[in-house]
Ligand binder design. Sequence first.
Ligand code: C2E
Ligand code: MG
Ligand code: MG
Ligand code: MG
Length: 284
Amino acid sequence: QAKTSGRNRVSIFNTEMHDKFVERVSLGDRLKSAVNNYEFIIHYQPQVNFDGKLKGAEALLRWQSPDQELIPPLSFIPMAEENGLIIPIGYWALNTVCQQLVAWQKNPQTLELCIAINISALQFRQPDFSNQLKKILLETGANPHLLTLELTESVLLDDLDNVIKIILDLRAIGVRFSIDDFGTGYSSLTYLKRLPLDEIKIDKSFVTDLMNDPGDRAIIRSILSLANSLSLNVTAEGIELPEQRDFLAKEGCSTFQGYLYGRPTAIDEFNLFVEHFSAASNAH
Ligand code: C2E
Ligand code: MG
Ligand code: MG
Ligand code: MG
């Protein structure tokens, strides 16, 4: 009896493994053709400063596969990191946002808008990353001061001296650096002290339930006080409610991002948002 069920378990396991394998192979293949056919788009989500001014947007990747709904990044980025396609996708995204910065530079109303973009650790680790980025900046003519690279704590697992070298190299031309999802990974205070950063992003997992969870409020307060003593800007993500924004503002958070202000949207809709936003702030 035990043997039979054991064997059954094994065969079920194998079937599942086989399904997973087929799924992964086809996802990998579909991603490859998506890269060749430029099936990606960038959505932009507003970031608003403490003083109520629009700072700019975070660029968030989506996959527009033909005849399918938009595919969110968490459904394909892990695979793209596994098979290396995140590198061409990442350069495409950098090119796209730099061109967007240049388009905004032509209009006085959007001249100062910044873009933050997520960079995968795998891409950041490429030996020619900083040269490739400089090339994109030169070729597009984008102002490096308006570009923030969001890194996750996983880059800190790499050779820290090398990471610092790359950051310093790019900061020398004006590019800014932010640590994304802060507090959810392997954050070490020593790393934070040694890294030449501009910003910390408070992960939305601490924001979502902050009104009910004193632990989340304590974590947020200590991130803000740490950032303050290291002279770092802080952006909080995932703000959906005015109470969350009010708490964060009271505790000294400098930049706000979340559905309360706006969801990530395609560029045309984001540009409309910018118009309405500045019209509303000029009215005050
Ligand atoms: P992230 O960089 O931490 O981005 C914030 C995520 O929170 C986004 O999810 C955004 O849509 C979502 N979000 C923002 N405000 C709210 C809110 O008020 N409520 C809720 N429920 N969610 C909110 P998204 O767009 O699905 O992106 C997920 C993750 O995928 C990103 O997390 C980032 O790690 C990664 N990602 C996105 N675009 C890129 C990219 O171009 N390159 C790389 N390497 N990773 C990317
Ligand atoms: Mg991010
Ligand atoms: Mg984040
Ligand atoms: Mg997050």
